[in-house]
Design a protein around this ligand. Structure first.
Ligand SMILES: [Zn+2]
Length: 218
């Protein structure tokens, strides 16, 4: 099965991004910490009130810009009707600020499960800074990832949309997730995801991308 990663660095200008509006409350909780090494590997989490600000009136079924994704009622229905997996909780957005935005718009901030899906480091090309420690779960390579040119896994994906322990807050997507969402016309997904096999970090200008692609391991 093909594997995908949500790519939030693309320049999609059609749909609005969102930022968390005041009061923006973040806290550490059990999901901030690696269960194995107990380090704070995954950062702080957003806590209620969930209020956002948008810049354009065109709100997609997926809204990027906050620490996870924000989704529409339609996304939630498609997800639930097709029994997709990986979402821990849909948290209702209480208020949407922005010019011309009706406050009753129904949006949800999504909290995702995190799984242990081992990366195949022999096949993947990743470079980083030595962090001086190693954890089999959250930092198997002992490096803070700075450069990625293809991510390969040793196992199939356990869910349809989720985080993994070894890749911070990158959001991984199954082939089924892409197929179900696209066939149901979910907007602002197209152009915002990439095949893990050809995922490149950081995003480079196109000519550099072609060079990097040519250098990719078969
Ligand atoms: Zn760890």
């Amino acid at each position: 099965m093909k594997k995908y990663l949500l790519s939030v660095l693309t320049n999609n200008r059609k749909y609005t991004d969102a930022i968390a509006a005041d009061p923006y409350i973040v806290k550490e909780d059990e999901t901030s910490y690696c269960p194995k090494c107990k380090r704070m590997s995954f950062g702080l989490n957003w806590y209620p009130p969930y209020k956002i600000e948008v810049y354009k009136r065109n709100i997609g079924d997926i809204v990027l810009g906050t620490s996870s994704i924000i989704v529409s009622n339609k996304f939630k229905d498609v997800y639930e009707q097709n029994r997709l997996t990986g979402i821990k909780e849909f948290c209702r957005i209480e208020a949407v600020k922005g010019k011309g935005i009706k406050d009753e718009i129904e949006l949800y901030y999504v909290k995702l499960n995190r799984y242990d899906v081992p990366i195949d480091y022999e096949k993947s090309e990743m470079k980083g800074d030595d962090v001086g420690w190693q954890c089999d779960l959250c930092e198997p390579n002992g490096e803070l990832i700075r450069y990625v040119n293809g991510i390969y896994f040793k196992e199939e994906f356990p869910a349809d949309i989720f985080y993994i322990y070894a890749f911070g807050n990158g959001i991984f997507l199954s082939e089924r997730f892409i197929r179900v969402m696209e066939s149901n016309g979910i907007t602002n997904l197209k152009n915002n995801y990439e095949l893990c096999d050809s995922y490149i970090l950081p995003k480079w200008p196109k000519e550099d991308y072609e060079i990097a692609k040519a250098l990719r391991k078969p």
